[in-house]
Design a protein around this ligand. Structure first.
Ligand code: UD1
Length: 430
């Protein structure tokens, strides 16, 4: 089992290049099988979740040609199997996007039912409601969702909760339905817009992505495209909070500053200086930082995927901060790990109260999930002494060359897997 070992205390300083958005890429790769022509996708992040989804796609018979780490060519003309096994869905929940993609193209899909996940219960009722509204017969049998339709017919659908997954999944199916679909109360995240743009570049007719209402006029076929995925706002935000927590000066490069507004607003509120450029954002953290209140909300609100990173930062800010987690109920597990590093935190239901401390002290902690894992790495870099983060397999799901990028900013961090390597690191850093 690999771990990160970190010697804290160095402010992060420099420039870091941000990769393609994992959550956009997951949906775009699934949507790529919706044409029989060859699709080329660029700016793909080279992370485990993406690699697993590509395996799932080639498992159903699509041709997947990885041209280089960040570019893939997909041809979905030979798909004969519409059945996505539990092995994939267990490793990566977002393989359920193949439900919308296969249903749209072939009017049939079978996908293992995603189980519980460690950040909350994560139901998919809104996805199924959307498919049913389009005329699909959806059943759950032997742990699988089976969706099929003679014809998919456009419909007016109102989502009961704002869901990124349901918005994208139903949008994909509707893009190959007959007639007009109107989706209301949809998610507005940048990756929803990116998936709509991708489908449109394949000949779909989707309008309004990025607003509360998406209108889709179905088409009978989609065609080839070359597409580049948007930058990952969560990776960017992670480095921005790392700059804040370590009292550093970091410029995140290749970003869309507009997508980072909620993050920038909070950094400014706690006392960081933030400078925006066309495709870069610089965060300078000097002097005392102070408390604020945070509530996670769908975009353009503060992202739940950035909640642990701001939580770690607030634990080092003067005064009492509060965080309300309104999207997923189980996203505070990192705070008990952080308490082992000296943070002063109290969790009640979906609210956390954080009393800032001057310093963390290094400890052995465990990554409870992807974003919380990255946040604990930030804590380790801001702590006195040595921190070991276990279960980094979660972090590798969504951050490409994380330790390399951090090292390029001056962090002292290594990926290790044996006690011997840990001892070697300790001797080296003194
Ligand atoms: C996506 C992101 C995830 C992010 C989340 C919220 C991907 C692959 N993952 O997850 O990183 O944390 O958006 O920004 O893009 N809900 C229902 N019924 C449904 C669907 C969702 O009640 O059918 C609820 C969920 O329990 C949650 C809320 O809606 O409380 C938002 O979930 P959703 O936006 O669907 O998250 P994901 O798409 O799973």
């Amino acid at each position: 089992m690999e771990q990160y070992i970190i010697k804290g205390g160095n402010p992060l300083v420099g420039e870091v290049e941000i990769g393609g958005a994992k959550n956009a890429a997951l949906a775009i790769l699934a949507a790529a099988i919706m044409t029989d022509e060859t699709v080329t996708i660029d700016n793909l992040p080279d992370v485990n979740d993406i690699n697993v989804l590509l395996e799932a796609i080639s498992g159903i018979g699509a041709e997947v040609d990885r041209i280089d780490r960040h570019t893939v060519r997909i041809n979905g003309s030979n798909i004969e199997n519409f059945d996505i096994e539990y092995d994939y869905i267990k490793k990566i929940r977002a393989s359920y996007y193949l439900l919308g993609a296969l249903l749209g193209k072939y009017k049939r899909a079978e996908v293992a039912l995603p189980g519980g996940c460690n950040i909350g219960s994560r139901p998919i009722d809104q996805h199924l409601k959307g498919f049913r509204a389009l005329g699909a017969y959806v059943d759950i049998e032997h742990g699988k969702i089976i969706a099929e339709a003679e014809r998919l017919i456009g419909k007016h659908i109102y989502f009961d909760v704002v869901s990124v997954g349901a918005t994208i999944n139903v949008m994909m199916a509707a893009s190959m339905a007959e007639g007009l679909t109107i989706l209301e109360n949809v998610a507005k995240e940048p990756h929803v817009v990116d998936v709509a743009n991708f489908l449109n570049s394949m000949g779909a007719n989707i309008r309004g992505a990025g607003t509360d209402v998406i209108k889709i006029r179905g088409v009978s076929r989609l065609h080839k495209t070359d597409y580049s995925i948007i930058p990952d706002q969560i990776e960017a935000g992670t480095f921005m909070f790392a700059a804040a927590a370590t009292r550093g000066d970091v410029t995140v490069m290749n970003v869309i500053p507009k997508h980072l507004e909620a993050t920038i607003a909070k950094l400014v509120e706690i006392g960081c200086e933030v400078e925006e450029f066309d495709d870069a954002v610089r965060v300078v953290s000097k002097g005392d930082l102070h408390n604020t209140q945070v509530k996670t909300l769908p975009y353009p609100g503060f992202p739940t995927d950035m909640q642990p990173q701001i939580g770690v930062t607030l634990a080092l800010c003067k005064g009492t901060s509060t965080i309300t987690e309104s999207i997923f109920e189980n996203r505070f597990k990192y705070l008990s790990e952080l308490a082992r590093m000296g943070a002063n935190v109290k969790v009640e239901g979906n609210a956390a109260t954080i009393e800032g401390v001057d310093k963390f002290s290094g400890a052995r902690v465990s990554a409870p999930d992807l974003r919380a894992g990255a946040a604990l790495v930030i804590a380790g870099m801001a702590a006195d002494g040595i921190t070991i983060v276990d279960d980094i397999v979660y972090i590798q799901r969504g951050y490409e060359r994380f330790e390399e990028k951090l090292r390029s900013l001056g962090a002292v961090i290594e990926r290790v897997s044996t006690e011997r390597e840990i001892q070697k690191f300790k001797l080296k850093v003194g």
